[in-house]
Each structure stands twice: as C-alpha cells, then as structure tokens.
Design a protein around this ligand. Sequence first.
Ligand code: GDP
Ligand code: MN
Length: 380
Amino acid sequence: MKVHEYQAKEIFIAAGIPVPPGRIATTVSEAVAIADEIGRPVMVKAQVHVGGRGKAGGVKYAENLEATKIWAQRILELTIKGLPVKKILVTEAVDITSETYLGIILDRVTKKPVIMISAAGGIDIEEVAANTPEKIHKFAVDPELGLRPFEARNLAYKIFRDIKLVRQVADIILKLYDVFWKVDASLVEINPLITTPINEVIAIDAKLNIDDNGLFRHKEIEDMRDLDAENESEIEAREAGLSFIKLDGNIGCVVNGAGLAMATMDLVKHYGGDPANFLDIGGSSNPDKVLTAMRIILRDTNVRAILINIFGGITRCDDVATGIVAAYKELKPEIPIVTRLTGTNAAQAKKILKEINLPTAPTLDEVVKKAIKLAGLDED
Ligand code: GDP
Ligand code: MN
C-alpha cells in the first residue's frame, strides 16, 4: 500500500525527522489560507501515487499568495499519469544548497533492509541506478542487530564531510530506519534530502510503501488509504479478496496460488507472450471471485487472450468452472479464453465447462502455448 507524501511526512515528524511545515488542501482557498499562515514562499505539491510529479507540473514554487492561488488552481485541475489531483500539499519552500537521495528497501537478494544514499539526489533514482550505479552507496542492515549509529555515520560520510552535516544525516538515517522497521515498509525514500545555506538537513519529499502483508498490524496506516488515488481495478480486486497486480502485457492470467501464478507468468513469457496481470484467486473457490477476476481482466484493452490455470486442492475446480460459465454469460468476452483445470473435482468441472465449450489443454505447458497461439502472438 502506498501513502501520500503528506502522510509519510506526518509519520516522519512523529519519528523526529525534520520536514518543512505544511498542510493539506483540497481547494484553492484552503491552499491560500495555509500559505498565509506559513507567511513565507511555499511549494504547492500534487498528492498522487506516481513518480515524477515535478516533471508533470505537479510541484510549483509560489512566491506569494497570488502565485499560490494560481498554482493551486492549475495543479488541482491536473491529471498526472491518469490520476486526477484531488489534494495538494502546501508547504514552506526552503533554500537548497544540495540534494541527496536517501532510501531504504527490503532487498530480495541479501534478504535484508538495504539503505541507499547518493549525491545524485532530486532526480530519478532508477535512472542513476541504471546508468551510474557507482554513484549509489549501499549498506545492508543486519535485521537482528538493527542499524547501529556508527553504521549510519559511515553512510553519511560517503556523501558529506562537514561533521555538523554528517551528524544530522546520520541521525535522520537512524530515524528513517526506525520508521521503515516499525511500519513494515517495503520502501521508504527521501528524494531529495536537502541541505540549506545555514547547514540544516531537511526531508522535502517523502515516499513510503507498506508491505500489504504487514498492514493488519497498522490500523493507523490502513486508515490513511486514499481510494480516490488508487486504480479502480486494484480496489475491486482487493475487496473481492483477490491478489491482483496489473501489468502491461497481453495475456490475462487467472490462477490459484501465488507460486503457480508466477510459474504460469514465467511460461507465458517463455513462449513469447507477456502477462497482462498477476492474479491469485486464493484458496477458496467462490465462483464470484472468478467472475470479478474476469471482469477486471476484460477491462484491459491490451488483453488478447485469457489463460485460466487452476490446480485444484482446497480450491474446487467445479466451483471455478461455475464462475467461468457465469462470467462467460455475463461478460460475453470477445477474446479467446483457454482453460486448464486439474485436481479436486476436475471431472465435474469439465462437464460444467462443456456448456460453453472453451479451448482447453491437459498440461500447463500446452495450455500456455495454446493461449499464445489463440491470442495470435506466435506468428513472428
Ligand atoms: P517529485 O518531482 O515528485 O520528486 O517532487 P519533489 O518534492 O522531490 O520536488 C521535485 C524538485 O523540486 C526537488 O528535487 C527540488 O529541486 C524542487 N523543490 C521541491 N521543494 C522545494 C523547495 O522547498 N525549495 C526549492 N528551492 N526547491 C524545491
Ligand atoms: Mn522527489
């Protein structure tokens, strides 16, 4: 789950990480009132769950109340990468002498939280990582010991020389690690962490993603969820109890179990297709889940075929088949749907599916090849 910059900054403030004062507004007059209260030039910042807001015109400097009014109005009219801006953060503008990148991710390779710091701050870190990876300093924290102060100082020294700055940055790194650990984050990022002409260190941007599997422990964060800012399909999937992640490919996948879903996606790639989504319908086999899954996938106009791969254990193939038939009748798909249902009640499922006569195959390998062929992706 993602939270907005302003929400991440609330968490930072509670942890003692310095951020400029500011508040959230949903209207132009609120924005102007906040700027008036701050009494200094402000930044007007779109609150949307996408990167590169600045480049899209969603981050503007406003010298005075008149400028605040103009920018608030314009930014509230923006749609950034498909997401309409409904909230803006009005926050004191600070003078910047340097911009540093500071982030912590849960790294799959080392299986540890990895802290990253780079003098190439303020810009897209993915770009830095791709072109000049040597500019990013990394440190994998031993999760048993936690981050120790000397380790934080060593990291700060990679970028700064002045001891006053090093102390502040090390302190922020320690506090940021605390945040990362306590909220079950998968990523926390300050880009940029800036220094001012009077040698203060301040976080002027904040990004925080929480591991969904840890959310049940953090009701206060679950309450921060902004449905307006999320993809409609992902909301629908979550409410139906489906694990769904939209991707950019052309083969829609309906699978039970995360491992099988990934194996299916790998094989789709292997045979020249591209998965349009990750979707795990989970252990139970409520036919409604299948219907919702199909509805979500069919909304995606890139999808050229749907591949249904069910390995029945607790999941009963006949229930899934009932869902498929219901979806077929209700949604009247115009693209091929290829099925493989094996395991618990597979024979009954076969009977149920006879009614709509979908192409099928006995093995995973064959069903994937068939889906790709029927999607017309095997010609070249
Ligand atoms: P992003 O584009 O979504 O990453 O938004 P950021 O909050 O990181 O802002 C983008 C850039 O705008 C920063 O890297 C800064 O260069 C600039 N910026 C943001 N806030 C301030 C500020 O308070 N003062 C100054 N001078 N520049 C700012
Ligand atoms: Mn940023």
